[in-house]
Write a protein that binds this ligand. Structure first.
Ligand code: ATP
Ligand code: MG
Ligand code: ZN
Length: 246
């Protein structure tokens, strides 16, 4: 790796203030720290380059839900720390059909928050988490080293909420994670393809049929719903690129 031109790779720089010499951290030190926080965040390689600025909002006309979602994403990272210097506890739940950019925006926000505030953040895809927990338990190992960072990180993204298997065990683990984050006022960003209907609803495509009431009730308080009703970007991207001559 190329050594830093400012500090020669030492990570410290000398400064002279009022004739006195001080040492302070070089900018490259913070950059490397942020890079390692992002590498350890669990963001999948596909989304390592996803950014809020790169979120296209004019893929189809007559749809301002993409523009609104992007605006909320920007507000979220800007207001991540409030005037009192505390982490703002209200998260986001992105709701919409497949391919509309929910995971793109959620990972882009997480990356931006890590870059801006140098905090530890975690991305977890919920169905994959349960597969991993299951195989860890089958090997007779403890799962707390997997669950603890998800519970305690300053920002956690829970991707594909509702797409996990629905069992007593998955319900208990979800409750453990979200009840912890709720009690410690830690913000969470969710993505889901399931609708967020009132607890009284009994629709089969509603989150209510996929997660326990105790968890859903907390999510209402923990996260602002953001509905994205665009088109499947995966199928639209070719005609978009042709139109824009990209
Ligand atoms: N508005 C957008 N601007 C730029 N890229 C986008 C946009 N929407 C989606 N994409 C890209 O399209 C692909 C699919 O998006 P993404 O995975 O975020 O969708 P999703 O809503 O999470 O879908 P699913 O519910 O199937 O997980 C990704 O490569 C993503 O980066
Ligand atoms: Mg997704
Ligand atoms: Zn340096």
């Amino acid at each position: 790796m190329k050594s830093c031109e400012i500090c020669g790779g030492k990570g410290w720089v000398k400064k002279i203030v009022k004739d006195k010499e001080f040492v302070s951290r070089c900018e490259c030190y913070r950059r490397k720290h942020v890079e390692s926080l992002i590498d350890n965040s669990g963001i999948p390689p596909k989304f390592k380059d996803a950014s809020i600025d790169g979120f296209i909002t004019d893929i189809v006309s007559n749809n301002n839900s993409l523009e609104k979602a992007k605006e909320i994403a920007n507000k979220f990272w800007e207001n991540f720390i409030n005037e009192k210097g505390q982490v703002n506890e209200i998260g986001i739940i992105f709701i919409g059909p497949p391919g509309v950019g929910k995971t793109h925006l959620a990972t882009a926000i997480l990356k931006k928050v890590i870059e801006e505030y140098s905090i530890r953040g975690i991305f977890v895809n919920l169905p994959s988490l349960f597969v991993q927990l299951n195989s860890t338990l089958t090997q007779g190992e403890d799962i707390s080293y997997i669950l603890d960072p998800i519970k305690t990180s300053l920002l956690t993204v829970i991707d594909d909420l509702g797409a996990q298997r629905v069992t007593h065990w998955t319900a208990e683990v979800l409750y453990e994670i979200l009840n912890y984050r709720y009690n410690y006022a830690l913000p969470t960003i969710f993505t889901t393809c399931y609708s967020l209907e009132p607890l009284s609803s009994d629709s089969s495509v509603s989150l209510k049929s996929r997660i326990p009431d105790l968890v859903l009730s907390r999510i209402y308080e923990m996260a602002v719903p953001v509905f994205i009703d665009g088109v499947d970007f995966r199928s639209e991207i070719i005609s978009y690129r042709n139109r824009k001559k990209l």
